[in-house]
Design a protein around this ligand. Structure first.
Ligand SMILES: O=C(CO)[C@H](O)[C@H](O)COP(=O)(O)O
Length: 242
């Protein structure tokens, strides 16, 4: 018998615990991440506003088209970085979280706006199910580090990444459209499958990647998250801190 709870239940537990802990009456601006776990966070925010009658002044700043739509669909107040450049707390999912709280993000292709919006937040909280927790990157997430690139430069960037760091960087191809995935910002994505056995200093790798002309953002989030809430297989919520 499989006594692990369903992944969606684990996501929901993590999202609810994080929202209840970090979004209080003093929270004026919340940054909303992207992905399937964030859906539960927005549902909890809406429940707090519409069922419990609290957080009336809260403004939500989205990190993607999906997040914007979630905010609107739940009748929450939509903000943006022009009007709300200072965010109290940013809540987002992750594809993998290592023991040093280095994250891989961008499985859903929203990494660039996620990094921008999270950089405007006092506190960044990650919510995830137990399959995202690992000791070292690559242990759980096998699809590589997403990297947003200028479309005209995706071939030279791919070659440079492979020469500099090894592994293989592949253009992300759409599933229900012929050709590459185009991000919310009109760019392409490379998924860089790094070498599993090589020891990488992720801070250095991230800095070096961003120095390649045409690289717009990476899905390596180093020293960004303050806490990560994991919904565990046994129904508990585990909190990892920096
Ligand atoms: O970075 C992201 C999107 O760009 C997501 O946060 C990440 O892919 C996790 O998604 P999910 O909650 O669906 O597992």
């Amino acid at each position: 018998m499989n006594d692990k709870i369903a992944l969606d239940t684990a996501k929901n537990l993590a999202a609810k615990a994080a929202v209840d802990q970090w979004v209080t009456e003093d929270t004026k601006v919340v940054g909303v991440g992207s992905g399937s776990t964030v859906v539960f966070a927005v549902e909890r925010l809406a429940e707090r506003v519409w069922k419990e009658g609290c957080l009336a002044d809260m403004i939500c700043v989205p990190s993607s088209y999906q997040a914007r739509k979630l905010i609107l669909d739940h009748n929450l107040t939509l903000g943006d970085l022009d009007r709300n450049p200072k965010i109290d707390v940013y809540i987002d999912g992750a594809d993998e979280v290592d023991s040093h709280m280095v994250l891989i993000k961008g499985g859903g292709g929203c990494l660039m706006q996620e990094k921008i919006v999270s950089s405007c937040a006092k506190t960044v909280i990650i919510i995830a199910d137990y399959t995202k927790k690992s000791l070292r990157l690559g242990e759980q997430w096998c699809q590589g580090v997403p990297i947003e690139v200028s479309p005209m430069a995706h071939v030279p960037i791919k070659l440079k990444i492979e020469e500099l760091f090894g592994g293989v960087a592949s253009l992300r191809i759409a599933l229900k459209k012929a050709g590459p995935v185009v991000t919310d910002n009109g760019n392409f994505l490379l998924d860089w499958k790094f070498l599993a056995k090589r020891e990488y200093n992720w801070d250095e790798v991230n800095r070096a990647l961003t120095m390649i002309p045409g690289v717009l953002e990476t899905g390596l989030f180093v020293d960004i998250a303050s806490k990560c809430y994991f919904g565990m297989a046994d129904g508990a919520v585990k909190v990892q801190s920096k």
